[in-house]
Design a protein around this ligand. Sequence first.
Ligand SMILES: Cc1cc2nc3c(=O)[nH]c(=O)nc-3n(C[C@H](O)[C@H](O)[C@H](O)COP(=O)(O)OP(=O)(O)OC[C@H]3O[C@@H](n4cnc5c(N)ncnc54)[C@H](O)[C@@H]3O)c2cc1C
Length: 573
Amino acid sequence: MNKYMDQALERLEHSVISGKMSRRAFITTALATGVIGGTPLRALADELDNIRQVQADRVANLGQSYDYIVVGSGSAGCALVGTLAAKTDGNILLIEAGDWDTAPSISDPRIWFTNLGTERDWGDVAIPSAGVNNRAIPEHTGRVVGGGSSINATIWARPTKADMDHWADVTGDASWNYEASREIYKRMENWQGAPNPEFRGTDGPVWVQPAQGLLPLVDATLEAVAEVGLPVTEDLNTDREITGNGFGLMNQIIKDGRRNSMARAFLYPALARDNVTLLVNTTVNRVIVEGGVAVGVECVRDGETVVFRADREIVLSAGGFNTPKLLMLSGIGDEEDLKAVNIETVLHAPEVGQNVQDHILHGGCLFESPDPVEHRNSAANMSGYLKTDSSLELPDVSIVQIEIPYASEVVAKEYAIENPGNTWALCGGLVAPKSRGTVTLASDNPDDRPVVDMQFLSHPDDVTYLERAIGVAREIAHAPALKDHVVKEVAPGKDLQGEELANFVRNGATTYFHSAGACRMGADDQAVVDAQLRVNGIRNLRVADSTIMPRIVSVPTMPACAMIGMKMADMLS
Ligand SMILES: Cc1cc2nc3c(=O)[nH]c(=O)nc-3n(C[C@H](O)[C@H](O)[C@H](O)COP(=O)(O)OP(=O)(O)OC[C@H]3O[C@@H](n4cnc5c(N)ncnc54)[C@H](O)[C@@H]3O)c2cc1C
């Protein structure tokens, strides 16, 4: 389907789901305008129309209390609600600050980055970090149904054994270990690649496929990887999880050219059930705690303050920065910090907002091709992970090929990108960062964004790992198999050493937007949540999202968040 058809279909989808157009008119208009492409039109119309009917009725008859209240319909929230709704008769209220996910920039994975800086992005920017030469780096997160899974780069990468076994170790709970979590990934997946029942699931709701319709550049890069003696694997989500090493094609959540977000995979089917109510454009400002028990949430909807009470549990799935913000606005955080912004402490929980991590994507190493490079899919179709020292627990090097000239603002300025249409990037990345940052409140006003202090590259090993990654990226790019795709190395252009290389690292650092860890899970008293994701010290309040990660997984974070959501559903039912 071409871009204009795709946009037209999305506009029609929005008309149906918001009740402005009937199912019949949708089909007639779509057929009349030729907006049918590969999309099974009638099935889509039925799905949207069912959802509209059920949800319009439920929203018109809102209750004052629900069994479960889930805050945030992101990767974890969608997996949680979709799974829980099918397992319980309990009434679930899902509250989302953003709007429906029908924008064309959501469904079309090729233009995912056009969502950044729009109303579908919370728009946080980390305060300057010394480790990145005092640059203030954006930390985008999704603000729309589907959360990050609606605006992200569609990559589906599962954590390594070392990642998950670490979570099991720090919680003392084997149900978080690699083998147990792999079973959950298998339950989620509808894998379209080579069958491998030991690792991959084929009956789940999440459509996952190996990157399709590739540029010759991608095959050549994988050949180059092999030429320099690095391991190429048929499927990145199999043996690589055990060894930590492997290069290959990305797995993506793209079906018939459209994004299959966690909302479309998990939540949409549940929205036609009679036990789920989704409130969009509704922002939760705080959790109401009475006598140590979370009893409800206070939100703003259509400019009015509304309270919903929870008879059983409240789950915060508001994402990397908003979940700690909500806890602190509710009086759950460090007492001194709360006092500084005039919030009365309900529970002194000093680790709320600590331990924040993100992966670093270095932008970057740029290469000019003799031919135009028209990116496919989300522009990221090949990647790899490597331990340069076998004694390392996690990969120190990650590499992502990006089929556009991806560079930080400093690198883009320093190195003239004369021919952007022909330029591609082989980005070094840091997936096992040792640096830790914080999220704190700027004020007691829920409308203010929190202060995000990521302390990027404050740990010296993080710089060393990125230096190694840049070395590996350049070695691959200069291998014989890529000679027809590289007429010039645009940046860095030479073998930088010492301080010059460290500076290139610091100037090129950007993030993957994988914020995690602010409400760390653990077995110790200081942990924000326990292994059952219960907020320590408060009853009936849990957290299920990226913030519970005791240590960020060494891969993109969406699948792990969906896994956390599914596990939460298992725990609640
Ligand atoms: C631009 C971008 C690209 C990325 N690329 C990838 C990728 O390719 N692969 C990958 O695996 N990961 C990727 N990620 C990361 C991944 O999408 C996130 O890690 C993941 O979505 C986090 O899931 P979550 O459930 O923790 O929260 P989120 O998905 O962030 O969802 C939180 C939800 O809560 C809502 N919310 C927040 N506060 C409130 C409130 N007060 N009231 C009501 N609702 C609220 C938000 O609007 C949002 O919908 C990317 C992220 C971004 C932003």
